[in-house]
Design a protein around this ligand. Structure first.
Ligand SMILES: Cc1cc2nc3c(=O)[nH]c(=O)nc-3n(C[C@H](O)[C@H](O)[C@H](O)COP(=O)(O)O)c2cc1C
Ligand SMILES: Nc1ncnc2c1ncn2[C@@H]1O[C@H](COP(=O)(O)OP(=O)(O)OP(=O)(O)O)[C@@H](O)[C@H]1O
Length: 178
């Protein structure tokens, strides 16, 4: 797997999956495998475009599920050929949707795979409908767990918090008694 930064890679054709992919959970895995399958059928490189840190970690200070090396290791195991890691900071977040299109255009995508809630550009101004005006976009139906709930990084973070509360090792009370 080859690792690039933004505006670095140019390709005559590609299939792209875009997202934060924090945790590379089962929903992400299905999106990645669907994109990879299309890349194999068309015999073009498969590129995954991601952000470090994940935008929610940067803006909302939520817990990071997987460090960048862990995320890259999981992506490599899923057969990703190229990863673009955009350094997500105030400067990057202020880029307009138009600038993002230009960067993506340099990869000549024959298909872009995202979930229906995908947003991009300053203040989350770009959405799937806008992306569709420029590129062939493929949407994956939300992947759910056995109980029917959609799998998401946010839900996994919440479950981690609940587990830590039950374990009871994340409170000041423990230091107080020693
Ligand atoms: C060029 C660009 C600019 C962005 N600017 C913002 C922003 O100003 N505020 C924000 O909350 N997210 C911003 N994002 C992050 C997106 O809202 C979104 O989290 C990201 O594209 C990952 O998609 P995902 O959350 O569906 O994985 C930006 C993304 C891109 C590509
Ligand atoms: N359960 C799912 N089923 C299908 N696609 C998904 C699923 N979860 C995420 N995706 C898609 O995978 C890409 C990366 O998603 P993202 O990193 O935003 O994950 P997330 O789990 O929705 O994160 P968060 O809960 O922090 O918003 C996006 O295009 C998103 O729409």
């Amino acid at each position: 797997m080859r690792i690039h930064t933004c505006n670095d890679l140019k390709l005559p054709a590609s299939i792209i999956a875009i997202g934060a992919f924090d945790g590379v959970h089962k929903g992400h895995q299905e999106l990645i495998l669907s994109a990879r399958l299309q890349a194999e059928k068309l015999q073009v490189p498969f590129v995954l475009y991601t952000f470090d840190p994940p935008p929610k970690v940067y803006f909302q200070k939520v817990r990071l599920l997987t460090s960048l090396p862990e995320k890259l290791e999981r992506l490599s195991r899923l057969g990703v050929q190229h990863v673009i890691v955009a350094p997500f900071d105030t400067h990057y977040a202020s880029r307009k949707a138009e600038e993002f299109y230009e960067e993506i255009q340099a990869l000549n995508p024959k298909g872009i795979w995202v979930g229906s809630d995908f947003r991009f550009g300053i203040n989350r101004s770009g959405n799937v409908e806008l992306l569709r005006e420029r590129f062939p976009v493929h949407l994956l139906e939300p992947v759910r767990c056995g109980s029917g709930e959609v799998i998401s990084s946010s839900r996994i973070r919440q479950l981690f918090n609940e587990a830590n509360t039950l374990l009871g090792w994340n409170t000041d009370r423990i230091n107080e008694s020693s």
